[in-house]
Design a protein around this ligand. Structure first.
Ligand SMILES: NC(=O)CC[C@H](N)C(=O)O
Length: 234
């Protein structure tokens, strides 16, 4: 089982992802520079958070044209796993692996805080150890995390069970008050129709060690590992 963490100029959560996989979970993981073409040896590709290409034009809009992204699209189309966290989620929407777009937060400010999110779909490889409706606390840190999708797209997401996480209250209620950035229907993370590509704005890698105050994010990485070890759902 091998993980690849893609590094773009301006990535800054690549090291956090790498450390969680190597130090905390003792897994085989490489940093993969953005001009790499052959990524066949990786089972999971992680597009980490950060400010790829300085967020110029639009977050993720330049990184999407990196050489590695053609290979990431092929990797995803083979059914292999891809997870995009924050800037990685933005890149996945820009490249078309996930629908919708991440636009400026509705308060036009960069938001950095830990928020509760509710697991809406626990049948993905990334959430199979979660309970449906489980609330986990995960940090967000973004200026453009306001998820937008048109009504038709939203209907598709709902029909195909592609909404994986929503921002919620501590008790798990989905309400306006618990929506930090204006996202449509409090959406914090979605997957593609096949379920092998996940994009999420919250940062599970920043909440994966008790020493750092919170390990709620670890359940995602452990789900991926269990999925790969079993090769199927139970
Ligand atoms: N932490 C991140 O990945 C930030 C993503 C992007 N730079 C934004 O501000 O929205």
């Amino acid at each position: 089982m091998k993980f690849g963490v893609v590094v773009f100029p301006g990535s800054n959560c690549d090291i956090d992802c790498y450390k969680v996989l190597s130090n905390v979970l003792k897994k085989d993981v490489d940093y993969v520079w953005h001009d790499t073409e052959n990524i066949e040896k990786y089972d999971v590709i992680i597009l980490p958070g950060g400010f790829s290409y300085g967020d110029y034009l639009r977050c993720g809009a330049i990184a999407r044209f990196s050489k590695i992204m053609d290979s990431v699209v092929k990797h995803a189309n083979k059914g292999k796993l891809v997870i995009g966290i924050c800037n990685g989620f933005q890149i996945l929407t820009e490249v078309g692996l996930l629908p919708g777009a991440l636009i400026r937060n509705n308060n036009l400010k960069f938001i950095c805080k830990t928020v509760p999110i509710r697991v809406e779909n626990n049948t993905t490889p990334f959430t199979l150890n979660c309970e449906k409706g489980q609330v986990i606390n995960i940090p967000i840190a973004h200026g453009e995390g306001n998820y937008f999708i048109d009504e038709e797209g939203l209907a598709q997401l709902e029909k195909n069970n592609q909404i994986v996480f929503r921002y919620c209250s501590e008790e798990g209620l989905i309400d306006e008050k618990s929506n930090p950035n204006g996202s449509v229907k409090n959406i914090a993370g979605i997957c593609n129709k096949a379920g092998n590509v996940l994009g999420m704005m919250p940062h599970p890698e920043r909440a994966s060690e008790l020493l750092l105050g919170n390990e709620d994010g670890l359940i995602l990485f452990k789900s991926i590992i269990d999925y790969l070890e079993r090769g199927h759902f139970e």
